[in-house]
Design a protein around this ligand. Sequence first.
Ligand code: ADP
Ligand code: MG
Length: 719
Amino acid sequence: MARPARAARVARPGPALAAVGETPLTALPGCGPKVAEKLAARGLTCLQDLWLQLPRQYEDRTRIAPIRGLQPGVAVQVEGRIEAVERGFRYKPTLRVAIGDESQATLVLRFFHFRAAQVAQFVPGARVRCYGTPRPGQHGLEIVHPSYRLLDVEADAVLGDALDPVYPAIEGIGAASLRRLIGLALDRLPDDAALELLPRELREGLHLPSLRDALLTVHRPAQDADIAALLAGTHPAQRRLALEELLAHHLSLRRQRMAQQAHAAPALRSTTLAERLRAALPFALTGAQQRVFEQILRDLRKPSPMLRLVQGDVGSGKTVVAALAAMLAVGAGKQAALMAPTELLAEQHLVNLRGWLEPLGVRVAWLAGKVTGRARAQVLAAVASGEAQLVVGTHALMQQGVVFHDLALAIVDEQHRFGVHQRLALRDKGAGGGDVGDVLGRAAAIVPHQLVMTATPIPRTLAMAAYADLDVSAIDELPPGRTPVQTIALSAERRPELVERIRTACAEGRQAYWVCTIIDESDEIVAQAAQTTFDGLTLQLPGLRVGLVHGRMKGADKQATMLAFKRGEIDLLVATTVIEVGVDVPNASLMIIENAERLGLAQLHQLRGRVGRGSAASNCVLLYQSPLSALARQRLETMRQTQDGFVIAEKDLELRGPGELLGTRQTGIAGFRVADLARDADLLPQVQELGDRLLQQSPDIAERIVSRWVGAALHYASA
Ligand code: ADP
Ligand code: MG
């Protein structure tokens, strides 16, 4: 059969050769069923999976760095003689080994877990070579848990001749065994004819190597390889792999979208109810709200499902846009659902929406985990009969037993807090409550339109990659009358001054938040810290009404406190980050964030967004513990300089990378093997263009690229 000329240029490996990659790992010597099982637990089942199990980083053991010139945060190999060994016990046992070298400087190696035999090895005068990342310690730089080797004979002292790859750890398989297995798999790497899937002219245009060459370079860097580029992740071999990986993710999202759009959705044409809501609102829509609502209007008129993401900065007024969209569904005699990630936020939506919609005669139902027993049965009945026209709630909306009469629009707020699965689960509640089943099998199913909203603005490049399955709109304008928030960073030692500041603000009738954060600790410990702060502030501010909310409190108590704060019955609210999203109290004009240096930009921005909602001048104080790391200093500086969520998102991407920005729950995107959206953003236009071309001309190649890279993660594509 003749193929179009352009497609013919895409390499087309023969089926026999392609099968080498699919050889099961048990074909490798030393890979018995036990080992294979451990590999399979990580999705590694065939040779190709090991080829693509790429090094996470490299260790440069080709040189020894003088201790005097060490930089904090930069991994190095050092060598020295042991000068002193000290065992101590403060909160937990520690072992400190001081080594010195010819540069006349000392470095501390610190161990928290060690065996007696290890301690015995460290005798003053012995020579030790180690590898690790120095960090500032109590007395100068130290390396915690370096990998090390004692050098007793001179012959031991040869240096490596190339970079050592470091692979992501796999439970139950030692680093050396994993390296050996990957080496064996690479020995069977076939020729490019059997491997290459990208068009040659594209690779050559970008000066990128073939897949085979790229894989060999990253797994086994040659002696003369560009070490600096490999360490930075910018080597052409790494770019080549990143291009294909980005392409694979892009294609998988695009296919997901195509599968969605093969469905039908109800065309919603009546705007009467939405117009009535708009006329009844106490404010006029901003230009941006208007524009985004018109985009939604156009989508919903069509008989195919809308898949739209609305990005809007904190406080840009997404809720009202969602309410207007919901009125298109309700106005057509159908139902809409709005799901929010926390009960606090969902309940606030409920209050706002009831306030707006009940005067129009729209029945708004409430469904959350705490709605149980008879009340729950009643809500479920109203949802199933269609009597409930708009249903607001939490994850509880997605549970089994929640059956809609005729769901036409599913709205997910703060979608970055949900995974892809959860978003799709709400969609599956559509059309008479039936399970739409296999999307590919039953193309004629009727599904609801989907509107997802996020208050964590995502840079354009990232949105293109992360949401290739969605159309993206931005509400990039704040309602009028907001005053900018003055932000300052203050060392925690100056905490006492703040107490005065709170007193003054509250004396003027304003309200304040005090946010306690402890990262990486349990809810319980955070709650304790908040309690302690609450007790302290209550004592220090006797004239003020101080409230407390944290995640360990009962929902009803949390709610009552929030409501009291909203009504102005509490002056100072001590809270954990439960207040992060959505909470809207316009009279609050002072926000204090403890341990601000430990929070990411997106989270700081969200928290700060709780103030500056009214007309009073607002302040945000970022309390930090000295000394600040360079990264933390940059973050706090960014917060001081700008209040634009889109600028902050760009900076966050630059400082922390996309995984953090999107949240770990965002399937797929955060788990790139080699691509880095900040570093490789310039490849995205190529990715998009090539993606279009492959889907049109060579869907089989597209399929192979997706299964090669996304493989096991693909199950959600047809979820
Ligand atoms: P977010 O986009 O962060 O979810 P909200 O929808 O909670 O923001 O809106 C924040 C506040 O702004 C709410 O009190 C809302 O009523 C108000 N608001 C929304 N749109 C406008 C507007 N066009 N003019 C004035 N106030 C508005
Ligand atoms: Mg919101």
